[in-house]
Write a protein that binds this ligand. Sequence first.
Ligand SMILES: [Ca+2]
Length: 411
Amino acid sequence: MRVAPSRSVSWRSSSGPSSRRCRGPRPPGQRSETVASALAFPVSFAFPPAGEFPAGSILYAERLTGDLRVLTPGGPSPGPVVANVSVLTNGEQGLLGIAVAPDFGTMPYAYAYHTYRNGTTGGAMNRVIRWWLGPTAPPGPAPVDVVLDGIPAGSNHNGGILGFAPDGTLFATTGDAGNSANSQDNGTLAGKVLRMNPDGSIPANNPIPGSPVYTLGHRNVFGLAFHPITGTPYVSENGPSQDDEVNVLEPGRNYGWPVGTGPLLDPRFVDPILTFPAVIAPTGLAFSTGTRSPAWRDSLFLGDWNRGVLQRIALGGPTYRVVTGTEVVDTFGGNGLLDVEDGPDGYLYVSTADAIYRLRDAGGTPGGASVGFGEVLLGIAIAVIVVAFVGALWRERRRRAPAEPPRPPAS
Ligand SMILES: [Ca+2]
């Protein structure tokens, strides 16, 4: 068993890349097209169902301002502010994660995880809030409704990713808040993955009665996704100077930090399904539902901050915990990746420090999929080439026909 050194991976921190750094326009990855640029650290984004916002809209969070903004098709970029919450932004703090309620059409709540100054302790703390974005909301910024409070904050390791499970419960990832002992202590919400009802109450079937703690032993989690078939949560996890991980969550289980990292082969701990020996600083995680790219269906997609790489992780085995292959899908170079999401239009989306991109599909057209503008243009181009080719053949045949020798009679 290895005891991990304490050196931390500093991504999103004030000492590392941040939105404060002056960046010029950067090209997207080779497989991606720009959805919106000149954004201010869109650390997390989500797709609200059509209703309060036009179909195809994207809600995104700005880490350093606490603004929730909306991109609408054909609308301005950056998008207008629809909600705001005050944030502390030391190190990796800020407005860190957002999610929209699964029943957003009737209950238009946007959920957020942010760092703030707690009035009682006077110190930094993380919490989960929600904003009502419905038409009946009073004028002005949407009021803040606290869902879960009391998550310890540090300058680094604040976690902050939100996601709704298929059963409608809300998951939140945290970090050890700079104190690794937190991760093995179920008396604190730091170093955990948390599960709650949308109103912040504790689900009756949580592993620890009355506690939002779902799993323990995490160092810092920036990626969360639910398997499309099993509904099981998967997370990406930042190791110290080695052993970044992808883990499958089992309720009540221990993922090892700080006792060790990577595969520990110890029955007390759940080993990762994938370990990266060198530090990549893993970030967003999403499953593709594959309506655009059948070859990607039910694959896991992982972004990272250090390399700016989006990779596909193919899964197999009876419970999809066996990694059957990995491949780099796109590279963004100096653009570290933040969030990765599967869009309602069937395309994968990623965000970097200043933009949101959409990935073109992996090839193959599934039945029933709508045809995009680019595909129509390609079809027209192919048709023009075919018509021109056939026409040229026909003219050539007519021109040459008189000179052709008579065919020999069939024997
Ligand atoms: Ca681990």
